[in-house]
Design a protein around this ligand. Sequence first.
Ligand code: PEP
Ligand code: MN
Length: 345
Amino acid sequence: MFVENNRKEIDRIDDEILQLIIQRNLLSDDIIRCKLDNGLDVLDKEREYLLINSLIDKFKDKINQDEIKKVYSSILYYSKLKYYQEIEKTNQETIEKSKLPFIIAGPCSVESEEQIFSIAKDLSQLNIKYLRGGAFKPRTSPNDFQGLGSIGVQYLRDAAKYYNMNMVTEVMSSQQLLQHYNDIDIIQIGSKNMFSYQLLKDIAEINQKNKKPIILKRNFNATIKEFIYAAEYILKEGQEVLLCLRGIRTFEQIDSNLRFTPDLASIRELKNITKLKVIFDPSHSTGNADYVEDISKAALQLGADGLMIETHFNPQESIVDAKQTINYETLNHIITFLDEIKYAQ
Ligand code: PEP
Ligand code: MN
């Protein structure tokens, strides 16, 4: 029968594809070893772009470009996985061990592989250890950019691994978390989902064995008690939850340049009534890059254990949340301030 014959042929081709990938990995292992022996950078993005683009040029009439990009970004990632795991082993830093307060920085959204690698490189040079970036974006309008999805998580993961950072990204469903569990270092639950109790339960269950840190963002309409109850859904499973304040809705922003009202006093309140780490998001809470530096400093003064700040090499160019995104210069001011607090301790 035609179907069976085709299936047989497909099985044979699949064997062949995997044999070829194995051969490819062996060759690439040799190159990695040689680069390491000679003190060279293992990752050569330029070579990877050339490789993928020349395949697209050659085959674009017969196979979808995105398919080529997806398949090859996986092949290239897995060919370097052993190397990534090696640096992770020698250099892993968890939130628990790292000195507080810490900064999570990165763009609102992962926009492309080039964008996130470039930002990761710059931030790691500023000694930032936590890289954020949204791939699944909870946008108010279904007509707006919804994020790159799975491929965006992969780009973020690759960039974070390469620059030895931990990555933070939001998931909006348990399927997304299951699909990307191994890619994600710190799981973010967004403000809009703080009240999605089934999602909180599902995430806690999926994360029960490995207990990766979870950042839970306060819903902009939530009381402090509701926020803590939401955290308790996850804490029931004995997991590490970081409470993230990100501004609430009041009358303030109706006719002002604020997107939300920074809930700064709640840092003190949450630290008084819980043992959890409390981090502050000056970007969403103000919606205005001009205020981010001052609000960050205020949050640190009030005892925040960390900040989550939207940062981009060219903020105005950001696809999402351009108005509240800061540049490296502003970020540097905040880092300097944070260092002063650390040294004064
Ligand atoms: C974010 O941090 O990417 C985000 C979407 O923020 P929030 O959930 O606080 O709106
Ligand atoms: Mn944002």
